[in-house]
Design a protein around this ligand. Sequence first.
Ligand code: NI
Length: 188
Amino acid sequence: MALDRGPGPSYLGVMALLQVITAPDPRLKAKTRPVPKVDGRIRRLMDDMLETMYAAPGIGLAAPQVGEALRVLVVDIARKGEKPQPLRIANPEIVWASAEQVPCEEGCLSFPDQFAEVTRPAEVKIRYLDHENEFCELHATGLLAVCVQHEMDHLDGVLFVDYLSGLRRGIILRKLAKAKKQKAAVSA
Ligand code: NI
């Protein structure tokens, strides 16, 4: 997920930047599979995704956005200057959602410079496997709740523009398709 604000915290380590897939792209709508276990390969993917997310900058990134059809996502909503609070999440499940719903302006690293208001449950409880392959529970509120739900949607091929009217979604997707075409023409 992207927010309309400045760069996030810098992240040090021996990791690799991955290429973020931008819409429209069928890989963003693909079905994902749970990881059998969070092993070294999945931990490496999580760390590479975090570095890619910080560099973008963004506050959340899901595996399908980097071409991996796996139920893996990373999140860090710490602001610039704050201590990083990375969450490495595999196989997340929502175990509770509040009846209260709130609107929030969302963006997405796969939809550069596009923002729109989406209404979601204000709070959720999720269960997931962390980078140590341990079961964890998280009660997310505020921006964290929004971000976790946005990233979990990616695992089911649901994008934030899917909450908008077909007209609005069409305008955004055509704009991005055109931008992609122009970029391809320039680099050809
Ligand atoms: Ni997104």
